[in-house]
Design a protein around this ligand. Structure first.
Ligand code: FES
Length: 143
């Protein structure tokens, strides 16, 4: 079996939604300290719907394919669906990733969430912090 699925190769070679959105409503940037990869996601939001999304990823092929697929999966969708996007769903949509590359799809999930959080923060929208982190390990919240 090939290491990478056709879909991974396709999204790596022809990534969708690459670029920057000027005046984005939400921007999320995450990195993985171990591999050094960085992913940035820009959202344009209207009436709770992600009307446009772009990404810049400085990283491996799987990270690029994961961000490309993640942007395709949330484009035109309500924010709630973007928040529900899991790295597992991204990996499945790519027809799988090698085990040592699963963390690349985690980065995509985190980047989307962090962009939504940025949008919420900028607009003073109240949210449940459980959406964005593990409260059990957070010293600021008392859940
Ligand atoms: Fe770390 Fe791909 S190797 S995100």
């Amino acid at each position: 079996m090939a290491l990478y699925s056709e879909k991974v190769m396709d999204h790596f070679r022809n990534p969708r939604n690459v670029g920057v959105i000027e005046n984005a409503d939400g921007v999320g940037e995450v990195g993985n300290a171990k591999c050094g990869d960085i992913m940035k996601i820009y959202l344009k939001i209207e009436n709770d719907v992600i009307v446009d999304v772009k990404f810049e990823t400085f990283g491996c092929g799987s990270a690029i394919a994961s961000s490309s697929m993640a942007t395709e999966m949330i484009k035109g969708k309500p924010i709630s669906e973007a928040l529900g996007l899991t790295n597992k769903a991204v990996t499945e949509a790519l027809d799988g990733l090698p085990a040592q590359k699963i963390h690349c799809s985690v980065l995509a999930e985190e980047a989307v969430k962090s962009a939504v959080k940025d949008y919420y923060d900028k607009n003073g929208i109240i949210y449940d912090c459980k959406l964005f982190h593990d409260c059990a390990t957070c010293e600021h919240c008392h859940h």
